[in-house]
Write a protein that binds this ligand. Structure first.
Ligand code: SF4
Ligand code: SF4
Length: 170
């Protein structure tokens, strides 16, 4: 829901977002955390097309409630896995993303985290995801302002999606 403190920020020309989080928020991903890579990642249609050029979709994606996600698979290791021993199919043993590393690309959702987006009254809104508040180690540990770097978190495709809602999880 919108709060009184929300404000509009133009991220791309004529592409605004309503920022719901504290504008003082900073973020820097913490090496070796990998929490967000241990859980399901929704793939938007555009992501599926991109991923199809880089990986075998039959092996790396799964259907859940009519939507596509990157597969979580059981890993033969103790690190960089969730409590059930699983993590994203692309999360390597060293905690790095093979897609990002080898293809210089990653799904939209992976860029957006620790933020979440949703549409409200025709506007794209953005806030910290509840799961990130609980698990992300990168919040407010650096000098890197989130509100001043929103293009790094919010790929432009988000403005074209019928339903960008981040509240869909595996
Ligand atoms: S695709 Fe890469 S960045 Fe995204 S969750 Fe999987 S390992 Fe992490
Ligand atoms: S949960 Fe946060 S700190 Fe951990 S890997 Fe994901 S973005 Fe980085």
């Amino acid at each position: 829901m919108s709060t009184e403190g929300s404000r509009r920020v133009e991220v791309y020309p004529d592409r605004e977002v309503v920022v719901e989080f504290d504008p003082e928020l900073t973020f820097e991903c913490v090496d070796d955390c990998t929490w967000c890579c241990q859980h399901g990642v929704l793939l938007y249609d555009q992501d599926l097309l991109e991923l199809a050029q880089r990986a075998n979709l039959a092996e790396t994606t799964t259907d859940f409630r009519g939507e596509k996600f990157v597969t979580r698979e059981e890993k033969d290791r103790d690190e960089h896995v969730a409590d059930d021993g699983c993590a994203c199919a692309f999360l390597r043993e060293d905690g790095l993303c093979s897609l990002h590393l080898e293809e210089d690309w990653k799904p939209t959702r992976c860029s957006v985290f620790p933020l979440g987006v949703w549409l409200e009254d025709g506007d794209l809104h953005v806030d910290i995801r509840d799961s990130a508040r609980e698990h992300c180690e990168g919040l407010n540990v650096s000098e890197r302002s989130v509100v001043d770097n929103l293009e790094a978190f919010l790929p432009e495709v988000l403005w074209d999606l019928e339903n960008p809602d981040s509240d869909r999880e595996l």
